[in-house]
Design a protein around this ligand. Sequence first.
Ligand code: LLP
Length: 430
Amino acid sequence: MPHTTPHFSYHDGVLHAESTPLPQVVAEYGTPLYVYSKAALLGNFDAYADACSGRDALVCYAMKANSNLAILDILARRGAGFDIVSGGELLRVLAVGGDPQKVIFSGVGKSVEEMRLALSHDILCFNVESIAELHRLNEVAGSMGKKARISLRVNPNVDPKTHPYIATGLKANKFGVAFDDALDTYRAAAALPHLEVAGIDCHIGSQLLDDAPLLEALDKLIELIDDLALEGIVLHHLDMGGGVGINYGEVGEAPPVPVSDYLGRVFRRIDAWRREKYDGAPIKVIFEPGRSIVGDTGVLLTTVEYLKKGDEKNFCIVDAAMNDLMRPALYQAWMGVQPVQPRSGVSADLYDVVGPVCESGDWLARDRILSAEPGDVLAIMSAGAYGLTMASNYNTRGRAAEIIVDGGTVHLVREREQPVQLFAQEKVIR
Ligand code: LLP
């Protein structure tokens, strides 16, 4: 069964993005090429926005997943806020006219310069991850004559049951303030003159297919909010962190929980708690989804360069590599591989799909049955999240071009990087 999505599917034996045949975009833009569907992007964002409608809730797209300006612009105009993790990401939001009042700033290592930049644009909230960061932010805000709104990222010590590299809410992870230290840390924050305690947040991990750990984390946040209220520290928002996982199409993979089910459960739990404890007074709820907004909106197209058959393994060597898409090399992530124009008449074989980079870790897919010939184009499916944003220039390879398809219209939204651009900033010493 080919893994296709509503916006990337076969018509007359050819893989399309919406109503655009992919061979057409390859002829124009070449490979490796990231192709995104605008309809898929809007559909994914709307699933969150619809579930939040009529409530005091904000969807802050975690732009680390895909920060192409065109994507940010589409989402900003649809009402999205942004979860940023660097000053550079804030500059991207500003470049598309995004509203800083809908920006939250996550991350364990914010620099003084980044704090200044964010304060000068009066962002909604800093998600603070340590006592040391609280003190630094207090000083920076004071030196600017401002007050910084803060939320503490609390580490609820919940096992998200995902890959260890993308689990973040355990005691062993570098993120957040330990649950047991949270009350003291809030007390310290409340005593600092240039901070305004606004909320609480957590993020326990990514690619969560089940929302039970998220709801467990929510219960722990609720417990803290109640304890803080007893001390007169009143929080105005609760931030649930990243979104749900997505389907990558691997056989036996558990289906992801639908966004509306997850948000429904969160809101039901929160409403019941607010009724019971606060006479129904609402609290603002923030979500920071990344993967579930952009993951299945994109594919990476790559051309088969060579087939290399061996005693133990056959290799399908393609023109995309780990520098274009790190997920398999870094997390042993399984990504679907589909031929853009499936062949008949060529015998199928078992291949590892690998790139030209000089590393054994440079693979995109392992043990796949493919009927392919050199020159054929393959689509690496659901590559819209953590694809190009994690790309590098290793082996002096320019990063891929990106296009957005809107029905039958194609927009180039990032030019292919040329190798000479990669060393333009360098100098020889003689
Ligand atoms: N909020 C915070 C504080 C985060 O650290 C992250 C992701 C998100 C939100 C968004 O999570 P999402 O909705 O995308 O699950 N590169 C890895 C994923 C790293 C996730 C890092 N944090 C991958 O390709 O699987």
